[in-house]
Structures are given as C-alpha cells and as structure tokens.
Write a protein that binds this ligand. Sequence first.
Ligand code: GLY
Ligand code: MN
Ligand code: MN
Length: 454
Amino acid sequence: MSMYTQHRARALEVLAGEQAAAVLFTHSLKTRNHDCDYRFRPESTFWHQSGFAEPDSVLVLLPGSSPERAAEEGSDQTAAPRSVLFLRPKDREKETWTGRRLGVEAAPEVLGVDEAVDIGELWTRLPELLKGRERIVYRFGEDADRDRRMGGVARALRALARGGVEPPVEWIDPAPLFHELRLFKSEAELVLMRRAAELTAEAHKRAMAATAPGVNEAEIDALIEYTFRRAGSTGCAYTNIVAGGAGACILHYVENDAPLLDGDLLLVDAGAEWDYYACDVTRTWPVNGTFNDEQRALYEVVLAAEENAIDVVAPGVAFSAVHEAALTVLVQGLLDLGLLSGSIDEALADETYKRFFMHKTSHWLGLDVHDCGAYTIAGEMRPLEPGMVFTVEPGLYVASDDESVEERWRGIGIRIEDDVLVTEQGSEVLTAAIPKTPAAVEAAVSGQLAAARS
Ligand code: GLY
Ligand code: MN
Ligand code: MN
C-alpha cells in the first residue's frame, strides 16, 4: 500500500468518526505572463491524500458506515469507504501541446483510488456523491467561482429534503481533520524529509565553498537550485534567500542579485523539496572566510540561542517554550554586548529586543514550509508530541541605519535555522549535517578560497 493510500485510509477512518465526507481540490495552472504558466505544484493536502500532481483534479472521500451507524439509520447495509478522483481525461491533441496526462482509465490502478471520473463531470456528479452526508469538509475562500458552484451543490442537496434525503447540516474546514493528520509525520514521510535535508546539506556546503568576494548572490542562488534539481528534487521548497551584507536584515530578501563584498556576511535561507516535502535551513557565513569581531560576537549569541532552544525540545514541552529558550539567550547576549540596556526582565517586558529580533523562533514544517497544524489548543500553546517537525531559527538583525548602536554593529544580519523532529526520547535535528559552528563555516568557505588560489 503506498504512503498516500495509507493517508487516505486513515483520513477515511477519521471522517467516519466525524460523519463527514470531504471534497479536496488541488490547484489550476497560474499564468506567469502571456502564454506562460508557472511550474505546477499541487495543493499540499490534496497531494498528502492522493500523491497525484496534475492540475485541475479533485478528490472526494466518502467514509463507509459502521454496523452501529447503519443500525442508527435503520439499515442493515454497511457501506464500504470510497475514494473518487476527478481528473483531466486523456487527450491526444492537448497532451501534444501541454504534456502527458494519467487519464481516467489508469488512475485507479496507479493511485489506488476506488473510482476515477472526468473532471468535466465534477459539478453534476457532486450532489449525488454527497447525498445523505451530514457534514462536508470543504475549504471556502480559496476560489470565488468554486465557492459559488459549491453553493449550487448545497442548494441541490437541500432540494433533496422533500424526497426524504437529509441535507448536510455543517460545512467544515479541513484544518481540524486533515491538517492535524499532516502535522504528525509517519516514518515514510520522514524518509522524504530526511532526503530533503540531505540535499539541503549538500547545497549549503557547495554554496559555502563557492562563496568569495566578487561572486554574485545570483550565482549562489542558482548553484543551490541546481544542486536540488539535478538530484531529482521537486525544486526549492520556497524562494531562496541569498542575502549579502545588510540585505540579511530584510527578512524575506529575494532579489538575490548583488555582488558579495569582502568583509560582509552572507545569509542563505534555502531548503530542498523532496516529493513536495520541505526542508528549511538558514546558515550565515563570512564572504571572505573569516568572521570579524562584531560578526563573531553576534554569531555566537545566535548559535547559543539556537542550541538552547533545541535542547528544550521533548514530548510534553509547550511549543512556546522553544521560543522562550531562544529569546532569553538572545536578550542576555544583546545586554552583554551593550546593544540593549537595563535588566533582562525589563528588556523582555518592554520588548526592546524586537528591534533586533522581530520574528518568532519556530513554525511547523512538512508539505508546506510554513506547515499547517494548530499551534494552540483551547487557547493554550500545545505540547510537543513525537512525529511533529518544526524549525528552530533565532536571528539578530542590526539595521544599517540604527543610530542607537555603535557603527561597528550596523548592517549585520544573522540567522541560524535547523529542522527538528520530536521523538519519544527528545528530539532529532534533521539538518545536523550542515556546518554551523564558526570554525566549521569558516573552514567550509575557506576550503574553496584555498582551492581557488592553488
Ligand atoms: N524560509 C522561510 C522561513 O524560514 O520561515
Ligand atoms: Mn527559512
Ligand atoms: Mn523557517
């Protein structure tokens, strides 16, 4: 049974417990510019449930009825759970222009779905498939035309009430059911995430070795993507951030087109995607292979914060404790270096550190880089559990125009980011193979400088 068939089987069990059917859409192609589309990437929950990466497809999941449920409904018939995939039909001419299609006939065998139907029949078949279901999982708000047509399905189902078929009483979001399933990674999913981490390690090491004054950020960006794609990755998990010097103080800098300067740092936030599972890693290293005193001092604070945060990861620990563990080390470091004044309690209460550390430390990681899954349960930060994967990514960013600090600190941006799996025993850093100590990153950069000189 494929991983995706297992995901579907589990979802159908959960849906049965909730007396809900589900309608999951993937994306359509999006225009980039005239006659050109962006490279297709499936919607993550749809991919998690189908393993199918063609646009314009919809998966309908119809749980079976248990003997107890059938008895409640006054029936002695138990229905088997069913999955129905709507997809584009084979079309010789269209395939000649825009690429191969799996097609309706082959889909059940290849994907393990129970039934496959031409996507052109979606809106006429949906009322019949959803007939008699109390609750329907569907995400409103993604596409206005789709929502309007789903409204038509709701009306069609209500019209059946006159014939004695009860219409749905609730339309529910995928978050509580499907996003919770995605939050906990199976061993099979972790194989894919480990592969993404392995490739990300290779790319970061190559990027460090290729760094030197005069090299352009674009070359490093391209080298990273090349390293991912040549190995069969589905690409970059998100747009690479390759930020030399003060560019690193722009959290989502993606221009990636400036020359690297002697004496600056280079911040690279780049992760591979493997079968659409993301890795998310940041390393920061000196362009000329040696940290100066200020860069090293700030780097050591960020590194100590990151290690302190990773050390607290274990089942039962609140998600927010990871951020707090990083934050206290960052703030103490800023006080020790004279970038903040007062006591640690004052700095934490007044949030004066936000000038230098304005983001949180962690987010879930999986099929989406900022993955789904609730962070709180009943208003409280949820405790960590085995199988969850998230990032730990403290940083310090001193704006180049920050006149509240001595000039020597200005324009330094540093982030260190790893991906951490919660295990029964504590944690495992999936991205541990990537150089991180000052000595290790200096060696990784300088190896190339030495080679270039020889
Ligand atoms: N690469 C995006 C992030 O670190 O959250
Ligand atoms: Mn990142
Ligand atoms: Mn991140």
